[in-house]
Design a protein around this ligand. Structure first.
Ligand code: ADP
Ligand code: MG
Length: 237
Protein backbone atom coordinates (compact mmCIF):
# COMPACT_ATOMS: atom_id res chain seq x y z
CA UNK A 1 0.00 0.00 0.00
CA UNK A 2 2.78 2.38 0.99
CA UNK A 3 4.65 1.47 -2.18
CA UNK A 4 1.59 2.12 -4.35
CA UNK A 5 1.03 5.48 -2.66
CA UNK A 6 4.64 6.58 -3.23
CA UNK A 7 4.53 5.47 -6.83
CA UNK A 8 1.34 7.38 -7.54
CA UNK A 9 2.68 10.51 -5.92
CA UNK A 10 5.85 10.39 -7.99
CA UNK A 11 3.83 10.31 -11.23
CA UNK A 12 1.16 12.84 -10.19
CA UNK A 13 -1.47 10.10 -10.14
CA UNK A 14 -4.57 10.63 -8.05
CA UNK A 15 -7.07 7.83 -7.51
CA UNK A 16 -10.34 7.92 -5.59
CA UNK A 17 -13.15 5.43 -5.06
CA UNK A 18 -13.94 2.40 -2.95
CA UNK A 19 -11.87 -0.82 -3.07
CA UNK A 20 -9.65 0.29 -5.92
CA UNK A 21 -7.80 -2.60 -7.60
CA UNK A 22 -4.01 -2.40 -7.41
CA UNK A 23 -2.25 -0.98 -10.48
CA UNK A 24 -0.41 -3.32 -12.83
CA UNK A 25 3.21 -2.94 -13.88
CA UNK A 26 3.13 -5.13 -16.99
CA UNK A 27 0.64 -6.42 -19.55
CA UNK A 28 1.33 -9.92 -18.16
CA UNK A 29 -0.13 -8.73 -14.83
CA UNK A 30 -3.44 -8.16 -16.65
CA UNK A 31 -3.92 -11.86 -17.32
CA UNK A 32 -4.57 -11.34 -21.02
CA UNK A 33 -4.92 -14.42 -23.26
CA UNK A 34 -1.97 -15.32 -25.53
CA UNK A 35 -3.70 -13.99 -28.70
CA UNK A 36 -4.15 -10.61 -27.08
CA UNK A 37 -0.59 -10.59 -25.73
CA UNK A 38 0.66 -11.28 -29.26
CA UNK A 39 -1.45 -8.44 -30.68
CA UNK A 40 -0.06 -6.09 -28.01
CA UNK A 41 3.51 -7.14 -28.79
CA UNK A 42 2.84 -6.68 -32.50
CA UNK A 43 1.97 -3.02 -31.79
CA UNK A 44 5.36 -2.64 -30.15
CA UNK A 45 3.74 -1.90 -26.78
CA UNK A 46 6.30 -3.16 -24.28
CA UNK A 47 4.68 -2.01 -21.10
CA UNK A 48 1.50 -0.18 -20.13
CA UNK A 49 1.58 3.63 -20.00
CA UNK A 50 0.95 5.38 -16.68
CA UNK A 51 -2.82 5.70 -17.22
CA UNK A 52 -2.98 2.12 -18.51
CA UNK A 53 -1.23 0.77 -15.37
CA UNK A 54 -3.98 2.34 -13.26
CA UNK A 55 -6.98 1.95 -15.54
CA UNK A 56 -6.54 -1.58 -16.92
CA UNK A 57 -7.06 -3.47 -13.62
CA UNK A 58 -9.98 -1.21 -12.70
CA UNK A 59 -11.77 -1.72 -16.00
CA UNK A 60 -10.90 -5.43 -16.15
CA UNK A 61 -12.51 -5.85 -12.72
CA UNK A 62 -15.77 -4.59 -14.20
CA UNK A 63 -15.76 -1.24 -12.42
CA UNK A 64 -16.91 2.04 -13.89
CA UNK A 65 -14.14 4.58 -14.37
CA UNK A 66 -13.51 8.26 -14.89
CA UNK A 67 -10.12 8.58 -16.56
CA UNK A 68 -8.54 12.00 -16.80
CA UNK A 69 -5.25 12.32 -18.61
CA UNK A 70 -3.82 14.45 -21.34
CA UNK A 71 -3.78 13.62 -25.04
CA UNK A 72 -1.20 11.05 -26.08
CA UNK A 73 -1.19 9.21 -22.75
CA UNK A 74 -2.58 5.97 -24.17
CA UNK A 75 -6.20 6.18 -23.06
CA UNK A 76 -7.51 4.27 -26.11
CA UNK A 77 -5.86 0.94 -25.22
CA UNK A 78 -7.07 1.31 -21.62
CA UNK A 79 -10.62 0.90 -22.82
CA UNK A 80 -10.09 -1.18 -25.99
CA UNK A 81 -8.12 -4.05 -24.37
CA UNK A 82 -10.65 -4.66 -21.54
CA UNK A 83 -13.46 -4.34 -24.08
CA UNK A 84 -12.05 -7.30 -26.02
CA UNK A 85 -11.89 -9.31 -22.78
CA UNK A 86 -15.43 -8.21 -21.87
CA UNK A 87 -16.77 -9.34 -25.24
CA UNK A 88 -14.99 -12.70 -25.13
CA UNK A 89 -16.44 -13.24 -21.64
CA UNK A 90 -20.03 -13.05 -22.91
CA UNK A 91 -21.49 -16.53 -22.44
CA UNK A 92 -23.77 -16.53 -25.46
CA UNK A 93 -22.08 -14.30 -27.95
CA UNK A 94 -24.22 -15.41 -30.87
CA UNK A 95 -27.66 -15.34 -29.32
CA UNK A 96 -28.66 -11.71 -29.52
CA UNK A 97 -28.00 -8.91 -31.94
CA UNK A 98 -26.36 -5.53 -31.81
CA UNK A 99 -23.04 -4.28 -30.45
CA UNK A 100 -21.75 -5.30 -27.02
CA UNK A 101 -19.22 -2.45 -26.91
CA UNK A 102 -20.35 1.08 -27.77
CA UNK A 103 -17.78 3.86 -28.01
CA UNK A 104 -18.74 7.49 -28.52
CA UNK A 105 -16.16 10.02 -29.67
CA UNK A 106 -16.52 13.70 -30.61
CA UNK A 107 -15.25 13.74 -34.21
CA UNK A 108 -15.03 11.44 -37.17
CA UNK A 109 -11.21 11.64 -37.06
CA UNK A 110 -11.16 10.44 -33.46
CA UNK A 111 -13.77 7.77 -34.12
CA UNK A 112 -11.68 6.55 -37.02
CA UNK A 113 -8.50 6.45 -34.91
CA UNK A 114 -10.25 4.42 -32.23
CA UNK A 115 -11.64 2.15 -34.94
CA UNK A 116 -8.11 1.47 -36.23
CA UNK A 117 -6.78 0.78 -32.72
CA UNK A 118 -9.73 -1.52 -32.01
CA UNK A 119 -9.28 -3.52 -35.21
CA UNK A 120 -5.68 -4.35 -34.28
CA UNK A 121 -6.85 -6.17 -31.17
CA UNK A 122 -10.26 -7.43 -32.32
CA UNK A 123 -8.99 -9.14 -35.45
CA UNK A 124 -7.38 -12.11 -33.71
CA UNK A 125 -10.76 -12.99 -32.19
CA UNK A 126 -12.98 -12.43 -35.21
CA UNK A 127 -14.72 -9.63 -33.31
CA UNK A 128 -16.38 -7.23 -35.75
CA UNK A 129 -16.10 -3.46 -35.30
CA UNK A 130 -18.03 -0.81 -37.23
CA UNK A 131 -17.28 2.89 -37.40
CA UNK A 132 -20.28 5.17 -37.64
CA UNK A 133 -19.87 8.86 -38.33
CA UNK A 134 -20.95 11.68 -40.60
CA UNK A 135 -19.54 12.07 -44.08
CA UNK A 136 -20.18 8.45 -45.01
CA UNK A 137 -23.27 7.21 -46.82
CA UNK A 138 -26.06 6.51 -44.33
CA UNK A 139 -27.31 3.68 -46.48
CA UNK A 140 -23.90 1.97 -46.54
CA UNK A 141 -23.63 2.36 -42.78
CA UNK A 142 -27.14 1.04 -42.32
CA UNK A 143 -26.24 -2.07 -44.35
CA UNK A 144 -22.99 -2.59 -42.48
CA UNK A 145 -24.70 -2.39 -39.10
CA UNK A 146 -27.49 -4.67 -40.27
CA UNK A 147 -24.86 -7.28 -41.14
CA UNK A 148 -23.94 -7.28 -37.44
CA UNK A 149 -21.01 -6.29 -35.24
CA UNK A 150 -19.80 -6.59 -31.67
CA UNK A 151 -18.34 -3.08 -31.42
CA UNK A 152 -19.62 0.26 -32.66
CA UNK A 153 -17.42 3.35 -32.62
CA UNK A 154 -19.49 6.41 -33.35
CA UNK A 155 -19.99 10.10 -33.22
CA UNK A 156 -23.15 10.75 -31.17
CA UNK A 157 -25.21 12.41 -33.93
CA UNK A 158 -24.72 9.67 -36.49
CA UNK A 159 -25.30 6.93 -33.92
CA UNK A 160 -28.66 8.50 -33.05
CA UNK A 161 -29.52 8.56 -36.78
CA UNK A 162 -28.68 4.85 -37.05
CA UNK A 163 -30.73 4.02 -33.96
CA UNK A 164 -33.70 5.91 -35.41
CA UNK A 165 -33.33 3.98 -38.67
CA UNK A 166 -33.23 0.77 -36.61
CA UNK A 167 -29.90 -0.18 -38.15
CA UNK A 168 -28.96 -1.63 -34.75
CA UNK A 169 -30.38 -2.39 -31.35
CA UNK A 170 -28.72 -1.70 -28.00
CA UNK A 171 -30.15 -4.91 -26.49
CA UNK A 172 -26.74 -6.53 -26.17
CA UNK A 173 -24.77 -3.40 -25.22
CA UNK A 174 -23.09 -3.78 -21.83
CA UNK A 175 -19.86 -1.79 -22.27
CA UNK A 176 -20.16 1.93 -22.93
CA UNK A 177 -17.23 4.30 -23.45
CA UNK A 178 -17.52 8.07 -23.66
CA UNK A 179 -14.17 9.20 -24.99
CA UNK A 180 -13.11 12.86 -24.89
CA UNK A 181 -16.27 13.69 -22.99
CA UNK A 182 -15.29 17.35 -22.59
CA UNK A 183 -14.97 17.81 -26.35
CA UNK A 184 -18.29 16.07 -26.96
CA UNK A 185 -19.88 18.61 -24.62
CA UNK A 186 -18.06 21.50 -26.36
CA UNK A 187 -19.53 20.31 -29.63
CA UNK A 188 -23.04 20.33 -28.16
CA UNK A 189 -23.53 16.56 -28.06
CA UNK A 190 -24.89 16.40 -24.50
CA UNK A 191 -28.50 15.64 -25.57
CA UNK A 192 -27.37 12.94 -27.99
CA UNK A 193 -25.13 11.38 -25.34
CA UNK A 194 -27.96 11.34 -22.84
CA UNK A 195 -30.26 9.75 -25.40
CA UNK A 196 -27.71 7.03 -26.22
CA UNK A 197 -27.03 6.30 -22.55
CA UNK A 198 -30.79 6.09 -21.94
CA UNK A 199 -31.06 3.32 -24.53
CA UNK A 200 -28.43 1.12 -22.88
CA UNK A 201 -29.26 -1.17 -19.96
CA UNK A 202 -28.45 0.39 -16.59
CA UNK A 203 -26.33 -2.56 -15.43
CA UNK A 204 -23.78 -1.83 -18.17
CA UNK A 205 -20.14 -0.98 -17.45
CA UNK A 206 -19.54 2.71 -18.18
CA UNK A 207 -16.19 4.37 -18.87
CA UNK A 208 -15.72 8.10 -19.22
CA UNK A 209 -12.47 9.61 -20.45
CA UNK A 210 -11.70 13.28 -20.66
CA UNK A 211 -8.75 15.66 -20.74
CA UNK A 212 -10.59 18.10 -18.43
CA UNK A 213 -13.63 17.82 -16.13
CA UNK A 214 -15.88 20.87 -16.50
CA UNK A 215 -18.92 21.03 -14.18
CA UNK A 216 -21.37 19.78 -16.82
CA UNK A 217 -19.27 16.70 -17.52
CA UNK A 218 -18.89 16.09 -13.78
CA UNK A 219 -22.68 16.22 -13.42
CA UNK A 220 -23.23 13.73 -16.25
CA UNK A 221 -20.62 11.41 -14.76
CA UNK A 222 -22.43 11.47 -11.41
CA UNK A 223 -25.68 10.59 -13.13
CA UNK A 224 -24.59 7.78 -15.42
CA UNK A 225 -21.68 6.04 -13.67
CA UNK A 226 -22.08 3.56 -10.80
CA UNK A 227 -19.58 3.72 -7.96
CA UNK A 228 -16.79 4.81 -10.32
CA UNK A 229 -13.10 4.90 -9.64
CA UNK A 230 -11.56 8.20 -10.67
CA UNK A 231 -8.02 8.21 -12.00
CA UNK A 232 -6.26 11.45 -12.78
CA UNK A 233 -2.77 11.50 -14.28
CA UNK A 234 -0.80 14.73 -14.33
CA UNK A 235 -1.94 18.27 -13.75
CA UNK A 236 -5.39 18.87 -15.18
CA UNK A 237 -6.88 22.30 -15.86
P1 ADP B 1 -4.85 9.37 -25.83
O1 ADP B 1 -6.17 8.76 -26.19
O2 ADP B 1 -4.61 9.39 -24.36
O3 ADP B 1 -4.65 10.70 -26.47
P2 ADP B 1 -3.78 7.29 -27.50
O4 ADP B 1 -4.55 6.15 -26.98
O5 ADP B 1 -4.23 7.85 -28.81
O6 ADP B 1 -3.69 8.45 -26.42
O7 ADP B 1 -2.24 6.83 -27.58
C1 ADP B 1 -1.22 7.71 -28.01
C2 ADP B 1 -0.15 6.93 -28.74
O8 ADP B 1 0.52 6.06 -27.85
C3 ADP B 1 -0.68 6.06 -29.86
O9 ADP B 1 0.18 6.19 -30.98
C4 ADP B 1 -0.62 4.66 -29.30
O10 ADP B 1 -0.46 3.69 -30.31
C5 ADP B 1 0.57 4.73 -28.38
N1 ADP B 1 0.51 3.79 -27.24
C6 ADP B 1 -0.58 3.49 -26.47
N2 ADP B 1 -0.26 2.63 -25.50
C7 ADP B 1 1.06 2.37 -25.63
C8 ADP B 1 1.99 1.53 -24.90
N3 ADP B 1 1.60 0.83 -23.84
N4 ADP B 1 3.28 1.52 -25.31
C9 ADP B 1 3.68 2.25 -26.38
N5 ADP B 1 2.86 3.05 -27.11
C10 ADP B 1 1.56 3.12 -26.74
MG1 MG C 1 -7.88 9.55 -27.05
Amino acid sequence: EQEVAEYRKSLAIRVSGFDVPRPVKTFEDCGFAPELMRAIAKQGYEKPTTIQCQALPIVLSGRDIIGIAKTGSGKTASFVLPMIVHIMDQPELQKEEGPIGVICAPTRELAHQIFLETKKFAKAYGIRASAVYGGMSKLDQFKELKAGCEIVIATPGRLIDMLKMKALTMMRATYLVLDEADRMFDLGFEPQIRSIVGQIRPDRQTLLFSATMPRKVEKLAREILSDPVRVTVGEVG
